[in-house]
Structures are given as structure tokens and as C-alpha cells.
Ligand binder design. Structure first.
Ligand SMILES: C[S@@+](CC[C@H](N)C(=O)[O-])C[C@H]1O[C@@H](n2cnc3c(N)ncnc32)[C@H](O)[C@@H]1O
Length: 174
């Protein structure tokens, strides 16, 4: 069976070949910003490598769920001059808290990976359906809000049939 990725590659190539005349411009609408956990640009690179169609790519920056999260909570994503680590729920659960990180953004989390970290001294800033009318925000010490987020998340997922959430885990500094 062809992979989802391979099917998209064929589809994108076909769209450029069949739907655009010479000199015409097309656009791929991407969820959030293509720089974070999105394969559109990677697939377009592969289409270009195959060489069947000739085209140029320009990226119009979007607003990532991570930016909306920070804006909603009116926070910077890291301490002064400090880094921020962006990862997935699967990696956080499998590998634990990234060594040396103080601020960890988690995306693509299907199973509340924040429950796998030691909550001591950690704050959670959690947002679901960010930038939509159904937006949900919960924040506070992880030990206090973990159960609430799991409950709210499960209810919303049940009600809407899907869930997209992004969150920041922040180690408190004294
Ligand atoms: C395939 S990635 C796409 C990320 C997207 N490129 C971005 O810039 O936000 C899907 C993941 O992004 C996050 N996400 C995307 N849209 C979201 C939204 N409106 N609210 C909360 N999280 C969102 C979730 O972590 C979701 O599992």
C-alpha cells in the first residue's frame, strides 16, 4: 500500500502539472505555520527533486498554535536569554523531560504526556482549539491542574469528535 506521504507527493505533483498553466501561481493552505510539525514543505522539496514539474516555492508565514498559546496566556515562551524546547507528546512520554530544558512546548500529544513528568515545581499552560471560537485555556501548577486538563480534554474530544491541544511545561525558577 502507498504511504500517505507518497500519495500526497503524487497529488501535489499532479496539481502543479494539471491545474497551473505556465506563469500561474497556486497555494497550499497549511494549518498554523509550515515550520512546525507540517510536512508540506518537505513534500514540495521531494516533488521538485523528482523533476517532473518546475516551480518555485514562497512561504507566507502563518500563526502557529504555539504563538497563539503564548499570546493567550500573555507569556514569553522562555526565560531571559534562555532556550525553549519544542517536542511531541510521544517523545516526552518516551524519553522524559528534555535534559537541561526549563521550558518545554508539547505538540501532537494524543495521550496527556504531561502526566508522565514529575509535577513538582512545574507549571502547565494548556490550550485547545487555539484561535477558534471553541478555544479552551487552563493554566496553573501541574500538580493542581493535571486532573482538570485531562477531564476537560476528554469531554471536549467526546463533544467535538477531535482534539488539537498544545501546551507549555515550565519549570519554576526560585
Ligand atoms: C500537524 S501539527 C500542525 C502544527 C501547526 N503547523 C502549527 O503551526 O501549529 C498538529 C498539532 O499542532 C497543534 N495544534 C495545531 N492547531 C492547534 C490549535 N488550533 N490549538 C491547539 N493546538 C493546535 C497540536 O499539538 C496538534 O496536535
Amino acid at each position: 500500500m502507498r504511504s500517505w506521504h507518497g500519495q500526497r507527493l503524487d497529488l501535489y505533483e499532479g496539481l502543479i502539472a494539471d491545474e497551473l498553466a505556465d506563469g500561474e501561481v497556486g497555494a497550499f493552505l497549511v494549518w498554523g505555520d509550515p515550520a512546525l510539525y507540517d510536512s508540506t514543505l518537505r513534500i514540495l522539496d521531494q516533488v521538485a527533486e523528482r523533476g517532473a514539474v518546475e516551480f518555485q516555492v514562497e512561504v507566507v508565514p502563518g500563526i502557529s498554535s504555539v504563538q497563539v498559546l503564548a499570546a493567550r496566556f500573555r507569556i514569553a515562551l522562555h526565560g531571559i536569554g534562555a532556550p525553549v524546547h519544542i517536542t511531541t507528546g510521544r517523545l516526552l512520554a518516551a524519553e522524559g523531560w528534555p535534559p537541561g530544558a526549563g521550558d518545554v512546548i508539547v505538540m501532537l500529544d494524543g495521550s496527556c504526556a504531561f502526566t508522565t513528568v514529575d509535577p513538582e515545581g512545574v507549571d502547565l499552560y494548556w490550550g485547545a482549539y487555539l484561535g477558534t471560537p471553541d478555544e479552551i485555556l487552563v493554566s496553573g501548577p501541574l500538580a493542581q491542574v493535571s486532573d482538570e486538563v485531562q477531564r476537560v480534554r476528554a469531554e471536549a474530544r467526546e463533544r467535538k469528535g477531535w482534539m488539537f491541544d498544545t501546551y507549555l511545561l515550565r519549570r519554576r525558577v526560585d
